[in-house]
Write a protein that binds this ligand. Structure first.
Ligand code: GLC
Length: 533
């Protein structure tokens, strides 16, 4: 049987992340919305992506741009209505595209009714839904935990005299996942969306759900120095990734498995050995895809990336399906990290490694990190720790649709500035330029979807030489070699098993169709996909 028939949609399809505020504004208020995304449904189809993940669209005071949710079962009025959401789901499904919602179970907004109840009194029935503790002996916070966004992870509630825990902003109080009522409430939220027909969830900060019951202090991080985020002063030994989290994940998995063919992706920033634990103690006991962010954190260096892929492949449990990510709304854009000349190679890597790729909107046209003038800053991270590079506005700027005012994103001034290159670097302009990045992505996506060797085949490292990384993907008789020169000097590579084949896709279009005979010559910054059988 063809491998493609035995694979699930989330194994062979490409996921595309939409940051709703920045995708397309239909109302002219400068903020993207659900009707705007519906307008662009044909774009997803045209590009060839088969699943869309929406960052949160729920009611929220927007302290953390939607990751502070005040109602899990409704839509933020600025972003649209529940009818719009239903319509989007319908339009995507009509085009055989899945919809993945963001689920934020670690914390609510402080404006959520659960928290407003909880903070009323120590004996309120909702009190134990959050993490409360008495002040330490000196009257300060109960322990030394730091918020991811800087400062103590504890806020004093003067009304009841206790502190509550917040791993992020003080307006994002952490739920107490030891409490079975919290679990049930969140499982019901999931069922609400799954019954609607959404195809799965990307689960926010999954590894944070359970904290040490004894609230022990975290040890200091000896590697911390001035200029690093405040949070990194300590090693998070007790404030996240606790063993009991895996029982919670197992329960969560059972909830999605009440429905057919749904998916959970977990947001988890951990080293590979800890990350792969989230596949579960046994098959189907964990999340389907623990997000693998290691391409985001690894230096763009052939030796290091080759090593990363081997380490990751080697660490996966037998039934664990790999996945890869180049960027998201929290990280600098791939272009800012590796430079323009390597963008074709980044596309080749993401779309030809073994495992599900997740793309970040705009990376397919090479959007840049946009410089944000101080009066335009929005992200609370930047306000809290200015100037050390933790602000996330630069990678959240409006999608560049065309060369008209505001890049065709909105009729009014966008909530974040548009990239200065929008007049040339936009979807409309690039959609008829066969040698530019956008159509390169489209062609590569189409080939990946068509070829079982690329979406489901085996992965074999072939070799690394200086900045050249070579690997093979194979299914039955069909095999491809991918050769990526991650540096800017030309490299010739001879393999004990000579490489013979025809270039099918290349960063430099002039090489397409070229017959390859050993040794393999790859120019600086060049990437080749060679069909060898
Ligand atoms: C996740 C989100 C990020 C958010 C944080 C708190 O890391 O991706 O944007 O600020 O969680 O919810």
């Amino acid at each position: 049987m063809e491998v493609s028939h035995t694979l699930k949609w989330w194994q062979k399809d490409i996921i595309y992340q939409v940051y709703p505020r920045s995708f397309k504004d239909s109302t002219g208020n400068g903020i993207g919305d659900l009707p705007g995304i519906i307008e662009k449904a044909d774009y997803f189809k045209w590009l060839g992506v088969k699943a869309v993940w929406l960052s949160p669209v729920y009611p929220s005071p927007m302290k953390d741009f939607g990751y502070d949710i005040s109602d899990y079962r409704a839509i933020h009025p600025t972003l649209g209505t529940m009818e719009n959401l239903d319509h989007l789901l319908h339009e995507l499904h009509k085009r055989e595209i899945k919809l993945i919602m963001d689920l934020v179970p670690n914390h609510t907004s402080d404006a959520h009714e659960w928290f407003m109840e909880a903070r009323k009194s120590k004996d309120n029935p909702k009190r134990d839904w959050y993490i409360w503790a008495d002040p330490s002996d000196d009257g300060g916070p109960p322990n030394n935990w730091r918020s991811e966004f800087g400062g103590s992870a504890w806020e004093l509630d003067s009304h009841t005299g206790q502190y509550y825990c917040h791993s992020f902003l003080k307006e994002q109080p952490d739920l107490n996942w030891y409490n079975p009522e919290v679990r049930e409430a969140m499982w019901d939220v999931m069922r609400f969306w799954l019954k609607k027909g959404v195809d799965g969830f990307r689960v926010d900060v999954l590894w944070y759900l359970i904290k040490d019951k004894l609230l022990r202090n975290n040890p200091p991080n000896p590697e911390w120095h001035e200029g690093m985020p405040d949070h990194d002063k300590l090693i998070a030994a007790f404030s996240n990734d606790q063993p009991e989290v895996h029982d919670v994940v197992e329960e969560m998995r059972r909830v999605v498995d009440e429905f057919t063919d749904r998916l959970i992706i977990g947001e988890i920033y951990l080293p590979v050995d800890k990350l792969v634990m989230y596949y579960g103690k046994e098959p189907n006991a964990g999340v389907h895809l623990p997000f693998n962010f290691h391409l985001v954190s690894t230096e763009w260096d052939a030796q290091q990336i080759n090593q990363l892929v081997s380490t990751y492949e080697g660490a996966l449990p037998a039934e664990g399906w790999p996945n890869w990510v180049l960027g998201n709304h929290d990280k600098a854009r791939i272009k800012a990290r590796i430079g323009k000349d390597q963008l074709f190679n980044a596309a080749l890597l993401l779309l030809t490694l073994r495992g599900t790729p997740t793309m970040y909107y705009g990376d397919e046209i090479g959007m840049e990190d946009v410089e944000i003038p101080s009066e335009k800053i929005q992200d609370p991270r930047e306000f809290r720790e200015p100037g050390i590079g933790v602000g996330r506005d630069p990678q959240r700027t409006p999608m560049q649709w065309d060369g008209s005012k505001n890049a065709g994103f909105s009729n009014d001034e966008p909530w974040l500035p548009v990239g200065s290159d929008y007049q040339t670097n936009n979807v409309k302009n690039l959609s008829d330029k066969p040698h530019e990045l956008l159509l390169f992505y489209r062609k590569l996506i189409a080939l990946r979807q068509k070829e079982p060797a690329l979406h489901g085949g085996s992965y074999h490292p072939v070799g690394v030489k200086d900045q050249l990384m070579c690997y093979k993907r194979q299914y039955k008789e069909t095999a491809f070699i991918i050769a990526l020169n991650m540096g800017n000097t030309d490299i010739s590579f001879t393999h004990s098993n000579p490489i013979h084949g025809v270039v099918e896709i290349a960063s430099n279009h002039k090489r397409v169709g070229e017959k390859i005979k050993s040794p393999l010559h790859v120019k600086g910054n060049e990437g080749l996909l060679i069909r060898i059988s």
